[in-house]
Design a binder for this molecule. Structure first.
Ligand code: FES
Length: 100
């Protein structure tokens, strides 16, 4: 299976998994809506390698961009994607702890 590299990690796509699913599984920040090549929300830049599409997607894709929801990954690639940044939860910072 193809190796996917991002700014934060390298992982292997699992059998039958889309690139979008692989990025989500490994904790990456990826936008999405339709998950089928129509909306373009999932667009990311590809930094190295190539992907293909079974059916040409309807969403606009600029040169150097790919749609992780519907592309087919046949070789190792690098994409411009980073891990999800977790925001601190207001309820975890002790705002409501009792004062002594
Ligand atoms: S999520 Fe809509 S094109 Fe990928």
């Amino acid at each position: 299976m193809a190796l996917i590299s991002t700014h934060d990690k390298t992982f292997e796509l699992q059998e039958g998994e889309t690139l979008l699913e692989g990025l989500e599984r490994t904790g990456h920040e990826v936008e999405y809506q339709c998950r089928s090549g129509y909306c373009g929300s999932c667009r990311v830049k590809i930094l190295d390698g190539r992907v293909s599409y079974d059916d040409f997607p309807l969403a606009f894709v600029a040169p150097g961009e790919i749609l992780p929801c519907c592309c087919r990954v046949n070789e190792d690639i690098k994409v411009d994607c980073r891990g999800r940044v977790s925001e601190p939860d207001l309820f975890d910072v002790g705002l409501f702890d009792e004062q002594e």
